[in-house]
Design a protein around this ligand. Structure first.
Ligand code: HEC
Ligand code: HEC
Ligand code: HEC
Ligand code: HEC
Ligand code: HEC
Length: 420
């Protein structure tokens, strides 16, 4: 009898130990495995085939388009698209992430921009490609990142919105210019171990959810990407990317050509303080408060972007600082707020909270001045951050350009000078 229970007790103990070992190894693996935060879907899994390039497009470089389209080239050169490969932040982050192949697919999407050919994939998430040396690799073209051909070249033809121009290269008309953007600006993330509210860089999903919240009658048209990743014009039209990121300008496409409605190739975003300012309406004023302390309110509204602000990589964030200062500039009181999407990456990927600004939804922050305060002014400062200092240090990114900048600064005097 006694021996029996002892035996079963030992069995149980063994069972628990085995279970613990399994659990510990499982979580251990979750903590060291490569993160693979998105799924490489068919939309961008295969480098763009340039084998049929006609002679007039020569090496497909931006310079070769510039021979005829100089203005477009000049604009493109000022953008982060032209630096999608050379961008030192990208380079550092990429090396830190074990220089994974999949990153090349959007940052250098043409086959000739990649030192290896992708033959197939070993895994369903497509993070593990079977590759072979690429004899056509062109390292100069690689350095052009998201070059003209990345958006414009398909199967020997140039994609364009007119389709009735007289061109030395064949043109294929596209119904909606936003179709071009979704190849790279949608990064899906659904997998058994991810619990994203939005895909990792959720720009398109954010627009979709905002339109749904606004009960926009057009929202039913907004993009749905199937597993195969194909997208049609009917569901990119409401995204509006080109309308906001490529301002309209009447000019010829080529020197001496007919004047047409063209789009400036500017794509401003987080790297441009003026663009970020355009996204926000900021008010900082005293709130009428007939009883009690004086109160000041900062109201921050995303009135200029259809997606959240900030959008894109979850590194991007805004900080808000409200302060009371005395005559000597000493800080009597300080409040800080961070407007950011916070994701838990390990052991599972889980959206924890998201304090970013959806379109049209005002965000309020109040600061009170106590009756007996020696404060002479109240101050509000808003800064935009491309990434935070902690992450910069972690990946050892030595920035030559600032990683954050001020987009709003206002001080309100509590007393008018000379008014005793
Ligand atoms: C030898 C000169 C030449 C070169 C090189 C050239 N283009 Fe063109 N392209 C033209 C001309 C001419 C037009 C038509 C202009 C017009 O009718 O207003 C045109 C039209 C276009 C259009 C609009 C087509 C439409 O109908 O919507 C696009 C887009 C375009 N080019 C992109 C490019 C890109 C990208 C490259 C480089 C890969 C390139 N072009 C290289 C001469 C050139
Ligand atoms: C071939 C892939 C690709 C396509 C197509 C593409 N983009 Fe991008 N885009 C990128 C990458 C990669 C970056 C980030 C580059 C970096 O910061 O290193 C980027 C960055 C941006 C930025 C951020 C600028 C900044 O200052 O941070 C904007 C805005 C943008 N793209 C808009 C667009 C729009 C609008 C379209 C469609 C007309 C488009 N993109 C098409 C790959 C692409
Ligand atoms: C990120 C994607 C992207 C890149 C990179 C890009 N273009 Fe475009 N381009 C577009 C889109 C989208 C349109 C259509 C805009 C519209 O609706 O008129 C366009 C239109 C054009 C047109 C026709 C005029 C017009 O505005 O419609 C020309 C010419 C052109 N691009 C040339 C170039 C050249 C040259 C380069 C490289 C120096 C380049 N593009 C790089 C997306 C891109
Ligand atoms: C109503 C105007 C509007 C529309 C529509 C819009 N954007 Fe933006 N976008 C902005 C403004 C303003 C900013 C600057 C604020 C910011 O960076 O968050 C911005 C910023 C961005 C950035 C910069 C993020 C970063 O990491 O630096 C990207 C990328 C971007 N937009 C892509 C897109 C794409 C792709 C679409 C279409 C699917 C789109 N936007 C539609 C106005 C718009
Ligand atoms: C599906 C296309 C796609 C793939 C694949 C991709 N990126 Fe990007 N990446 C983008 C786009 C679009 C942006 C700019 C908009 C944004 O912030 O989402 C960007 C922006 C970035 C930025 C910010 C650059 C800056 O200047 O602030 C970094 C860093 C980056 N990517 C690293 C990577 C790494 C590392 C990988 C591989 C693990 C990768 N990307 C794979 C499309 C892609």
């Amino acid at each position: 009898m006694f021996v029996q229970t002892r035996k079963s007790f030992n069995m149980k103990k063994k069972f628990i130990i085995i279970l613990l070992i399994i659990l510990i190894s499982f979580f251990g693996w979750r903590f060291i495995r490569p993160m693979n935060i998105f799924i490489v879907d068919d939309r961008f899994a295969w480098p763009i085939d340039t084998s049929q390039t006609p002679e007039v497009l020569s090496d497909l470089s931006a310079e070769s388009c510039a021979v005829c389209h100089q203005d477009f080239y000049n604009e493109w050169q000022t953008t982060i698209h032209s630096q999608a490969w050379t961008d030192p932040y990208f380079q550092t982050d990429w090396q830190f992430d074990d220089a994974q192949h999949s990153c090349r697919l959007c940052h250098t999407p043409l086959d000739r921009q990649q030192p290896d050919k992708v033959l197939s994939y070993r895994d369903t998430d497509k993070w593990d490609p079977v590759i072979e040396n690429n004899p056509d690799f062109d390292s100069k073209l690689q350095h052009e990142g998201v070059t003209c051909a990345a958006c414009h070249y398909r199967d020997g033809k140039i994609l364009g919105v007119f389709g009735n121009t007289n061109t030395p290269h064949e043109v294929q008309k596209i119904e909606d210019p936003n179709q071009v953007c979704v190849r790279c600006h949608i990064v899906e993330g659904e997998r058994w171990d991810t619990f994203f509210r939005f895909p990792p860089c959720g720009t398109v999903a954010e627009i979709k959810s905002t339109l749904a919240a606004e009960k926009d009658p057009l929202q039913k048209d907004v993009i749905t990407t199937g597993k195969s990743g194909e997208v049609s014009a009917s569901n990119t039209r409401t995204l509006g990317c080109v309308g906001c990121h490529m301002p309209l300008l009447k000019r010829p496409l080529v020197e001496g050509g007919a004047i047409r409605d063209t789009r400036q190739h500017l794509w401003r975003g987080g790297h441009d303080p003026e663009m970020v300012k355009k996204a926000l309406t900021v008010e900082f004023t005293e709130v009428v408060n007939s009883w009690g302390n004086r109160k000041f309110r900062l109201i921050l509204t995303n009135t200029g972007a259809a997606h959240y602000v900030p959008t894109g990589t979850p590194d991007r964030h805004l900080t808000v600082r409200l302060r009371l200062l005395d005559e000597q500039g000493r800080v009597l009181e300080e409040q800080s707020h961070t407007i950011k999407r916070t994701v838990m990456w390990r052991p599972f990927i889980l959206d924890l909270w998201d304090t970013r600004l959806p379109r049209w939804q005002p965000r309020k922050y109040d600061i009170q001045v106590p009756d007996d305060s020696t404060a002479v002014k109240v101050e509000a400062v808003i800064r935009y951050h491309l990434l935070d200092e902690k992450r910069r240090k972690r990946i050892a990114y030595v920035n030559k350009t600032p990683i954050d900048y001020e987009i709003f600064n206002k001080q309100i005097m509590l007393r008018t000078i000379g008014n005793n």
